[in-house]
Design a binder for this molecule. Structure first.
Ligand SMILES: Nc1nc2c(c(=O)[nH]1)N[C@H]1C(S)=C(S)[C@@H](COP(=O)(O)OP(=O)(O)OC[C@H]3O[C@@H](n4cnc5c(=O)[nH]c(N)nc54)[C@H](O)[C@@H]3O)O[C@H]1N2
Ligand SMILES: Nc1nc2c(c(=O)[nH]1)N[C@H]1C(S)=C(S)[C@@H](COP(=O)(O)OP(=O)(O)OC[C@H]3O[C@@H](n4cnc5c(=O)[nH]c(N)nc54)[C@H](O)[C@@H]3O)O[C@H]1N2
Ligand SMILES: [Mo]
Length: 589
């Protein structure tokens, strides 16, 4: 839908588009500085886990929040082989319960501190092959000095981290030693750990840790990068006809761009929005600001299957064919394969596919030929296949899947096995743990590290807003529908509940300076003290006081951003929770 929408708007006069994405904005900002342009080859196919002697899931709940459809099976195979599986997560997730042998609860947004403490143990116990690391990376020695406090700063000891992360120092020591002893160890960082303030730092440190433990570019190990940073098989695409100098805004800041325009330093003044394939009002940070932004527009159009909160704010809603009602080629999240699906049935009622809607609109705007290139949707699919790696198109259409030859790719294995012969295209040719270029371009420190943040005593709890196993984001997130989540509730630890006089099943108000959410509470040991969790994706339901009645997570997030990536912050949100309905408490905005 994104490429189609841009193409339509570009051939009919132009538009402002998003840069970055909600998923991995902070990680994809820093990884190119560390790994150069081959950061896109730094992941690992799930099947390579069959060589792992340890798996570390750092904020990755892969049995629920899929990071590739093959991952659950491979993880459970590893468990059956007796491979130790460590899960670092503030919640006892399905992955902790169903696969992990070791759960380390860590306060959200503090992973960088724990990572530094693990490095401290590895370095002070001389568990790092410094010569090997030096052959692969530049600046690791500076990081080591800083971690050990030899540069005049605070030593990042496990004791220091305990106060920040809530992980006992002895546990950190035990974890670091186990990691160093297991070869190879696959670290899979969740996307969650970079969707926090200063989220850029975590992915600089996951890479540093896999270097330090000798697992970088090793089969059964990983580089510490996003696990799905691997190419997918070649397949044709439809150009977005992007003109040179197309104005862009970071996706997180779209409501600010609408509300502030050029006066706020944005490249354009935006009067209209065109939405296809997103529920941005609900899914972007700060739904109150998002609502105001939609209200400030002169005109908004949406292609939707459902009357989402975003669709409700649009002037025109075009009913769109569902994915089951159109032929398409599927590109996987992670994996060396392609999928094909025919339409299972024709579009219902007046619904049309996104492509057919755009063809007709561009036709009546005098740009029909330019948009369609003279092709039907089916002809485009054939064109995409012509330009693809798929050898036998009929076979592909019959079976619905094509597997490329190599199913067990190890990211940056070539570089790791021959760093001088096959250097990276970074300034040093190595992994840049210390990056002067990053410092120059972004104004942030060249070395990864931890920055203390002031905490506001009004919001003592830390909110995470993860995904649910049975939902994709806001799809099926309408609580007024029988298909919506009837069991939606806030997870809270018994100690936090007791302190607030809250009992299981109570209605609570959760709030911060951004807004108020009313929701039922689930008191449970499955979440660490000081942390609360609310699944993302539930559709906003505003009452007459401007409070949300459904439990919609982005009522409590803001558009402040991570760091240089200007990426979303959707975990570790500071909040307070009180018992009862509106008007029962003090200190509420
Ligand atoms: N079922 C399902 N799977 C999905 C999706 C979906 O909608 N539904 N969406 C897909 C998409 S688009 C994306 S981008 C990915 C995103 O994948 P992630 O961002 O990794 O997913 P989340 O569910 O937000 O978080 C994963 C786990 O991290 C924990 N967590 C949250 N904050 C922190 C933290 O600060 N530190 C640590 N250590 N743990 C933390 C949460 O409790 C949760 O168990 O998932 C993909 N997979
Ligand atoms: N608080 C919080 N917020 C989050 C996150 C979080 O962890 N916490 N995660 C973030 C992440 S990682 C992501 S990727 C975003 C996702 O946010 P969105 O991209 O907005 O994803 P969805 O909620 O799945 O919305 C997709 C919409 O497209 C519609 N749709 C489905 N198929 C088609 C089609 O073929 N054509 C058209 N026109 N429409 C179609 C669906 O009905 C649905 O309303 O959410 C982000 N928001
Ligand atoms: Mo995402």
């Amino acid at each position: 839908t994104q490429a189609l929408t841009k193409r339509f708007l570009n051939v009919t006069g132009g538009c402002t588009v998003f840069s970055g994405n909600y998923s991995k904005g902070a990680a994809q900002t820093v990884l190119p500085y560390l790994l150069g342009s081959r950061w896109t080859e730094s992941g690992a196919d799930a099947a390579t886990m069959n060589s792992s002697a340890m798996v570390i899931l750092w904020g990755a709940n892969v049995l629920d929040t899929r990071l590739g459809s093959e991952m659950p099976r491979r993880l459970l195979e590893a468990k059956r082989r007796g491979v130790p599986i460590v899960a670092i997560d503030p919640r006892r997730t399905a992955t902790v319960a169903g696969a992990a042998s070791w759960w380390i609860p860590c306060r959200p947004g503090t992973d960088a501190a724990l990572m530094l403490a693990v490095l401290h143990v590895l370095l002070s116990e001389r568990l790092v092959d410094l010569a090997r690391v030096g052959s692969l990376a530049a600046g690791f020695d500076s990081l080591a000095r800083s971690v050990l406090g030899q540069d005049g700063g605070t030593a990042r000891t496990p004791g220091w981290a305990e106060a920040v992360c809530g992980v006992p120092a002895a546990e950190t020591v035990r974890f670091a030693r186990a990691w160093a002893a297991a070869h190879p160890a696959m670290l899979i960082p969740g996307f969650s750990i970079q969707r926090v303030r200063d989220g850029e730092e975590t992915y600089r440190l996951t890479v540093a840790l896999q270097l330090a433990t000798g697992n970088f570019g090793v089969r059964g190990g990983s580089t510490g990068s996003l696990n799905n940073n691997l190419p997918t098989p070649r397949v044709g695409t439809m150009s977005a006809m992007r003109p040179a100098g197309q104005p862009t805004i970071p996706v997180l800041r779209w409501p600010d761009a609408i509300l502030q325009g050029r006066n706020g330093g944005f490249p354009t003044d935006i009067r209209a929005a065109y939405v296809a394939g997103g529920n941005h009002l609900n899914q972007g940070s700060d739904v109150r600001k998002n609502t105001a932004a939609f209200d400030a527009l002169d005109f908004a159009v949406c292609h939707e299957l459902f009357l989402t909160p975003t669709a409700r704010r649009c002037d025109v809603i075009l009913p769109v064919a569902s994915p089951l009602e159109k032929e398409d080629i599927g590109i996987p999240w992670l994996g060396n394969y392609l999928l094909y699906k025919p339409a299972a049935l024709p579009p219902a009622g007046s619904a049309r596919s996104d492509y057919d809607i755009f063809c007709e609109l561009s036709g009546s705007m005098g740009a029909g030929g330019e948009f369609s290139g003279g092709r039907t949707a089916a002809q485009w699919i054939d064109t995409f296949l012509e330009a693809s790696d798929v050898p036998d198109h009929e076979e592909f259409k019959r079976t619905g899947i094509w597997l490329a030859p190599d199913q067990e790719r190890v990211g940056l294995e070539g570089f790791a096995s021959d760093p001088t012969g096959r250097p990276l295209d970074t300034p040093s040719g190595k992994v840049e743990i210390e990056s002067e270029r990053y410092a120059r371009v972004t104004g942030f420190p060249a070395l990864p590290g931890w920055r203390d943040r002031e905490t506001d005593p009004r919001w003592p709890l830390s909110l995470v807003t993860p995904k649910r196993a049975d939902r994709t984001h806001s799809q099926l997130g309408d609580r007024s529908s029988p298909l919506g989540p009837a069991d939606h509730a806030l997870q809270m630890n018994p100690s936090d509940a007791a302190r607030r006089g809250i009992a299981a099943g109570d209605e609570v108000r959760m709030f911060n300076s951004n807004g108020v959410v009313n929701v039922r509470v689930n008191v449970t040991d499955d979440i660490m003290p000081g942390v609360v969790s609310l699944y993302e994706g539930v559709w906003l339901q505003l009452d007459e006081h401007g409070e949300d009645r459904a439990g919609s997570a982005n009522m409590l997030s803001d558009t402040g951003g991570t760091g240089p990536g200007h990426a979303c912050v959707m975990h570790a949100l500071p909040v307070e929770v009180e018992r009862g309905a509106r008007g029962s408490g003090a200190g509420v905005p």
